[in-house]
Design a protein around this ligand. Sequence first.
Ligand code: CP
Length: 311
Amino acid sequence: MLNGKKDLLGIKELTAEEIALILDLAGDMKKVVLSDDKKLGTLKGLSVVTLFYENSTRTRLSFELASKYMSASSANITASGSSVQKGESLLDTGHTIDRMGTDIIIMRHQCSGAAHFLAKNIKAGVINAGDGMNEHPTQALLDALTIKEHKGGFKGLRVAIVGDVLHSRVARSNLYLLNKMGASVILAGPSTLMPKGIETLGAEVTNDVDKAVSGADVIINLRIQLERQKSALFPTVREYSSRFGLNERRLALAAKDALVMHPGPVNRGVEMNSAVIDCDQSFIDEQVTNGVSVRMAILDLLTRGKQSAAD
Ligand code: CP
């Protein structure tokens, strides 16, 4: 149990011990995900609903599969196909789902703080699947599982997070998590895509990607989030790729066993070229697998009290 919490809203709210607990359990869940018998009875009798106001492939599907692998009743709502289109508010939508006996709502929303708001106002547990430019905690946890599996831990690691930091909830969650677990973080990208004052959260900041990746143990590249840019924040995609993209030359500056990671979806040829995306050091596919394992662990830990009631 996560200290009796009903919600998982951000890495900011987790202790290092809670993060370690999630990662340990996710390691066990991964054996189920990779087996030919993906069925646990853990969530039997419980219901899980995904409520997504923004598009998603990985997060939504992995939560849905995680729920099914653990025997929950699961259902999905997207803003585009629901009464949100008729003007129903987030609170009324949340209440409606709550009153159907839902135990866990997994929510993605374009506004920072939306998951915290809903969690305070409904009985069901809320898992933040990405809120605006604030946090994407389950992404950071699956990234952490990938790092832990291949590096054995976090202490002393140098992690470069490169790209559109300004719009990235993934960068913020990873920064919180890596700091809590003892790694050091260097953020790199164009000055126009770097939030002012981010160094106060505990990171070195540069716009020199060569410097950031030199000697790095892990490189996490971020997607350029054109959908969140109100005006052009870099001259051309070609220039971005040349100055800030990860290519073979830049990867050679990192530690020779450095992990290459990306939360996906990748803009091939922009943040990274295909040779790097598909190289032996790339763990992007494994991140996807770990997404299911981590989400199973979180669903288990948040419902421990209810599981005994359901038995
Ligand atoms: N990494 C991530 O959140 O991907 P999706 O938008 O496909 O869920």
